[in-house]
Design a protein around this ligand. Structure first.
Ligand code: ADP
Length: 265
């Protein structure tokens, strides 16, 4: 808790005295701290690939000037570093856009099963490259919810991409869309979309923090597999905007289920 004390002289009939008031600044200070952390994180995340790019440029200008093999290899690395920066900037833009329109609830009814199918088709080449099988189970009828199709596609994409990335050796990802049913967590009728992998899983103490911006269980590993640490923060904000919920269940060594609950009205 952070309090600010204000002292002011007060004249009373019995004589002068001082009035001390206490102001609870906890929320303001927490928000300030979060903003400072965020800026520090963004700077760090951008500086790392930039430093590496500068290093490679220097080498290409100097020692590797006349070595086409080294040049080719370095240009490949530079391309992937630049790609990472582009990915990060794109995720930052998505996050700020979602935060901006969090108060406006989407009203267009869309078939989320269709959205998931589009997403699975788009991500299939990545799954094939990683020898992962994506199993989609959905109701025979369309599953209509008020939603922003682009944002939902992003949610599904982030969850399925993570399941592929962190899915470990068991190369199956199960995606299940439920029939509409009464959901106690939403106190409303809704549908659930779950993405389950059978990979490394997540220790329970990490789970509540996964949706924080830039929080990663293993920073180094996440960097290796190309993550920005913003994916689940984006997922959570989009779920909130849809008056829905993100539920994470996981067991270390056994795998994880990421479930999105969405009201149908
Ligand atoms: P990233 O871009 O690093 O993947 P996310 O916000 O999508 O960032 O996820 C945050 C962290 O949560 C990841 O770095 C990873 O440690 C963990 N994580 C996310 N999905 C899974 C999963 N399916 N299995 C295991 N760990 C996961």
């Amino acid at each position: 808790y952070v309090y600010a004390a204000h002292i002011a002289p007060v004249s009373l009939p019995d004589g002068d005295c001082a009035m001390i008031t206490f102001e609870d600044r906890t929320d303001i200070e927490t928000a300030n701290e979060m903003r400072r952390d965020f800026v520090a994180n963004v700077s760090h995340e951008l500086r790392t690939p930039l430093t590496s790019l500068m290093g490679f440029i220097e080498t290409l200008r100097g020692p590797a000037k006349n070595d086409p093999n080294v040049q080719d290899r370095f240009l490949g690395i530079m391309e992937s570093e630049a790609g990472r920066m582009a990915h990060l900037v794109q995720d930052l833009l998505h996050l700020s856009r979602v935060e901006e329109d969090e108060r406006i609830r989407p009203s267009t009814m869309i078939d989320i099963a269709q959205v998931m199918e589009t997403c699975v088709n788009a991500i299939q080449p990545v799954a094939d490259n990683n020898k992962v099988t994506l199993n989609l189970t959905k109701p025979a009828q369309p599953v209509m919810v008020p939603a922003d199709a682009d944002q939902l596609r992003q949610v599904f994409n982030n969850l399925v991409e993570n399941a592929i990335k962190y899915g470990g050796r068991e190369k199956n990802v199960d995606i299940v869309i439920s029939e509409p049913t009464q959901l106690s967590q939403l106190r409303a009728t809704g549908v659930t979309v779950s993405v389950t992998d059978y990979g490394e899983g997540i220790a329970s103490y990490h789970i509540p923090r996964l949706t924080e911006r830039f929080y990663r269980v293993d920073r180094h590993r996440s960097r290796e597999v190309g993550g920005t640490g913003l994916g689940l923060a984006i997922v959570k904000h989009i779920a909130v905007r849809h008056r829905g919920k993100l539920v994470i269940r996981s067991k270390e060594g056994e795998g994880s289920t990421f479930e999105i609950l969405l009201p149908t009205q």
